[in-house]
Design a protein around this ligand. Structure first.
Ligand SMILES: *Cc1c(COP(=O)(O)O)cnc(C)c1O
Length: 398
């Protein structure tokens, strides 16, 4: 019996160029983004400039985490105490956490079997809630029909903030993920597409929102040192009215990230090759449903999802145990209690919501697996063989 011995949580090392750049920052000691020598361009400002270029955004701001980026985006749009903010029922805990952190109230929108936001439910909940902002999470890299979503939101006057924690480097029909809404937010935490341990980025074309975000992030009166921020005059009416909610990026992490930005394209290709290899290996497995991907979705396959629709919970648990015994770690979004990083809308008791039966039906059978780039294509074939065998065995009553 084959067993997989790789680690589902082992990412690639930081590239040598990133290590060298980080060491250079440590040698000169100017880690704070506004601590610059005469004529020096600091790593953080350069990272912002390069990420703005990469996404085609006018402005970019680097911050302390993805969660901080989302909360800052909401604050920059004026979201505050008691406001309702639409978001996905299927996402990770930092997303409702960002909404609650600004005193706002999440209004959860259901998920489709394709793992994208349910656009019919979105239209319905916009109308019923009166919410004026959607924090859209491209959860696990699944991108909905963004043209249809933007048409719904534009018609209703709903501004969209995109959570691109799983879609950095991805696109919808050629437009980079994060560039449909008014602000795009990214995470550079270790499990995302570029890795600085912790970190976040915001992009936008909206000068006023971005000027607010820069001030919120803790720029003091040094915003003119940014290289991808709105011009200094934009801050005149905002600078004394915007609190400093300190959450800056530092030059050490920016140096590590700058070396990874040029690799994003090849990483996307490598991830998606691994994703497709697993998908091929699982085709027509009895009892298993694969997730449909739209041809317009240019996704980054950094994780893999699949559904055991209608399976009894004990059979799913049995499948997880059997796969784990052969070295394949799966997460299950239908578990009765949150485990590790995985929780669901009904677990977030600080943001109570009525049951969502259609969403529960999808999440009840939803399995999730990380695909780190340290896996080879042969590893992916082996993982698929193990999954296929164990799922079929439990399905057939083995
Ligand atoms: C990781 C993650 C975040 C938050 O990013 P951090 O940098 O960890 O704060 C937000 N949304 C999703 C979907 C994530 O997976």
């Amino acid at each position: 019996m084959e067993v997989f011995t790789g680690s589902f949580t082992q990412q690639e090392p930081v590239p040598e160029a990133g290590i060298a750049a980080a060491v250079a920052v440590m040698r000169h000691g100017r880690l704070h983004r506004y601590n610059v020598a005469d004529g020096e361009a600091d790593e953080t400002a350069l990272l912002e400039q390069e990420f703005a270029n990469l996404t085609g955004a006018r402005y970019c701001l680097a911050v302390a985490s993805g969660g901080y980026a989302m909360a800052t985006a909401l604050r920059a749009l004026g979201v505050g105490q008691g406001d309702r903010v639409l978001s996905n029922a299927f996402t990770l805990a930092p997303v409702p956490g960002a909404i609650v952190s600004v005193g706002a109230v999440p209004v959860f929108v259901g998920v489709t079997p394709d793992l994208t936001i349910d656009l019919g439910d979105l239209a319905d909940r916009i109308e019923r809630s009166g919410a004026r902002v959607l924090l859209l999470s491209h959860m696990r890299g699944h991108i909905c029909d963004m043209d249809a979503l933007m048409a719904i939101c534009d018609r209703a006057g709903v501004r969209v903030v995109e959570d691109c924690a799983h879609t950095m480097g991805a696109d919808w029909n050629g437009t980079p993920s994060g560039r449909h809404g008014v602000i795009g937010c990214y995470s550079t935490q270790t499990y995302k597409h570029i890795n600085s341990g912790e970190g976040g980025l915001l992009v936008s074309d909206d000068a006023e929102a971005m000027a607010r975000a820069v001030l919120l992030s803790g720029s003091y009166m040094l915003y003119a040192r940014h290289r991808a921020a709105p011009p200094p005059e934009t801050y005149a009416d905002l600078r004394d009215m915007t609190p400093n909610i300190s959450g800056r990026m530092d030059n050490l992490r920016a140096a590590i990230l700058r070396a990874q930005l040029p690799l994003l394209g090849e990483r996307r290709a490598a991830w998606t090759a691994r994703y497709r290899r697993i998908e091929q290996g699982l085709a027509h497995t009895p009892g298993l449903t694969l997730i449909r991907r739209d041809a317009r979705e240019g996704f980054v396959g950094s994780s893999f999802q699949m559904r055991l629709d209608g399976w009894a919970p004990d059979r799913i648990e049995q499948t997880l145990r059997r796969c784990a015994a052969r070295g394949v770690d799966l997460k299950w979004f239908g578990a009765a209690a949150p485990v590790g990083y995985t929780s669901r809308y009904s677990d977030w008791a600080y943001a109570p919501t009525a049951p969502m039966p259609a969403t529960d039906a999808v999440l009840g059978g939803l399995l999730d697996m990380r695909l780190p780039l340290t896996f080879s294509l042969a590893d992916c074939e082996l993982i698929a063989r193990i999954l296929r065998h164990e799922i079929a065995a439990v399905w057939q009553g083995g």
